[in-house]
Design a protein around this ligand. Structure first.
Ligand code: CMC
Length: 430
């Protein structure tokens, strides 16, 4: 039987080309257009990669119409209920859930890489007093390559694995330091006897003068948020990590680039933008005018936390977070008027033909900010929280990329729209 293919015929020249069909285990098949230009002289044009798969990957699967999200085959709902963030990180990186011994060894190894080099503190202390923590994270993570240049042989699987562990272990330490720098608190060393999320919360909130009384609801909620944010296949930041990784750049540079991509309000920066938007709306009675403004293309305003490139029915993470928001606020005995604004906004938007026709639903970022706020995480740290969690996905993709047989340097083409060739005119004649 011949390999499946789709034949494309150029109506102008009647020339045909057979494009091989590439299928994965789940999801729509793709056309392999690798030889298209050589055989036909055409490129493909797909701004934003709406119809383009950039790689094969066995890590995460999304079905946007059905609202399905699987990490290594496991539904996000099951992982959210039964797993922990660190176990999910192991799963994303290694492909299988760990047994007890494998998990203990992973946890132990991560715990023993949590310290940051003392010199990194000088670097952090050099930032302007009001630096955004995402700027500090981005710069500091890139600087890690200067501390570990003796283990940057990317052809060595053990050095790659070690770099992945270091990133998962150190990013929470740097993130907490970035927060503390902004408020003038001394940096806190990681306490390795604590589990991953609790250790991070201690680094964030413990002051030297008194022990931290941590409500277990806070650690549980943050762990769950981290699970939901851990990976999302070829999103903008992960694609950035892979693009930079495709050049052979070191993993600290790649992840720093991923952090930069995540920061944008269309991506991970949306959680911070949602909270600011809800604060601006201020009251449920102002929701109708906010929705009207979001529909007006001239306003330049979009409902933050709404819409998704892939989910066109519902975002399963948003469903979990919505339920969790009500529970966490009740458990912590917090009443937040912004939650009423969010509920009213969701209700109005979901009934509005503009949002229905365009299949715009709340995404993962719509409610997460309200939970972060209830956990006393300051607004400018929201995207940092996302970055801590997404590091698991970034390093899993970066590791996978290094063992993908047909991996190539990423190098998109373009449709050139500039001036045709012309001669230089000396300044005296212009
Ligand atoms: N509010 C109002 N209109 C919207 C919104 C929104 N949030 N999102 C999309 N639209 C409209 C858009 O104007 C366009 O309308 P038309 O067809 O009339 O031109 C249509 O819906 C399709 O939008 P698009 O921009 O072509 O869709 P996209 O897939 O390129 O963008 C998105 C996806 C997430 C960037 C976009 O929906 C958006 O800007 N949402 C707000 C920001 C946000 O919440 N981002 C977080 C995404 S989820 C977490 C993450 O990835 O980090």
């Amino acid at each position: 039987m011949s390999e499946p293919s789709v034949t494309l015929t150029d109506a102008a020249t009647s020339k045909s080309v057979a494009l091989p069909v590439v299928s994965g285990t789940l999801g729509d098949p793709a056309l392999d257009i690798g030889k298209l230009n050589k055989e036909t002289g055409y490129f493909t044009y797909d701004p934003g990669f709406v119809s383009t798969a950039s790689t094969r990957s066995a890590i995460t699967y999304i079905d946007g119409d059905q609202g399905i999200l699987l990490y290594r085959g496991y539904p996000i709902e099951q992982l959210a209920k039964q797993s922990s963030f660190l176990e999910v990180a192991y799963l994303l990186i290694n492909g299988e859930l760990p047994n007890g011994e494998q998990f203990r060894s992973f946890e132990h190894e991560v715990a023993h890489h949590t310290m940051m080099h003392e010199s990194l503190k000088n670097f952090l202390n050099g930032f302007h007093y009001d630096a955004h923590p995402m700027a500090m994270l981005c710069g500091s993570v890139a600087s890690l390559s200067a501390f570990y240049h003796d283990t940057l042989d990317m052809n060595d699987p053990e050095q790659r694995r070690l770099a992945a562990i270091r990133l998962i272990a150190k990013i929470p330490t740097i993130a907490a330091a970035a927060y503390r720098y902004g408020i003038g608190w001394p940096f806190r060393y990681p306490r390795n006897n604590l589990e991953y999320v609790t250790r991070f919360l201690h680094m964030m909130f413990e002051v030297p003068s008194e022990p931290l009384e941590l409500n277990p609801v806070v650690a549980k909620a943050l762990d769950l948020l981290f699970i939901l944010h851990a990976d999302h296949e070829q999103n903008a930041s992960t694609s950035t990590v892979r693009l930079v990784g495709s050049t052979g750049a070191n993993p600290y540079a790649c992840v720093s680039a991923g952090i930069a991509a995540l920061w944008g309000p269309a991506h991970g920066g949306a959680n911070e933008a949602v909270l600011k938007m809800l604060e601006e709306i201020g009251d449920a009675k102002n929701v109708a005018s906010a929705v009207a403004k979001a529909k007006d293309k001239n306003s330049g305003f979009r409902l933050m936390g709404f819409g998704h490139r892939v989910y066109k029915n519902f975002d399963p993470r948003a469903t979990i977070i919505r339920e969790m928001t009500h529970k966490v606020l009740a458990d912590l005995n917090v009443s937040d008027p912004l939650l009423d604004v969010a509920v009213a906004l969701e209700e109005v938007a979901l009934k509005d033909p503009y949002f229905i026709e365009r299949k715009l639903y709340p995404n993962v970022d719509f409610y997460s900010g309200i939970i972060y706020k209830a956990l006393k995480i300051p607004t400018e740290m929201f995207t940092v929280m996302f970055a801590i969690a997404r590091t698991a996905g970034w390093v899993a993709h970066w590791l996978e990329q290094h063992v993908t047989p047909d991996a190539k340097i990423g190098r998109p083409r373009q449709i050139y729209t500039g001036a045709a060739q012309r001669d230089y005119v000396p300044v005296s004649k212009r």
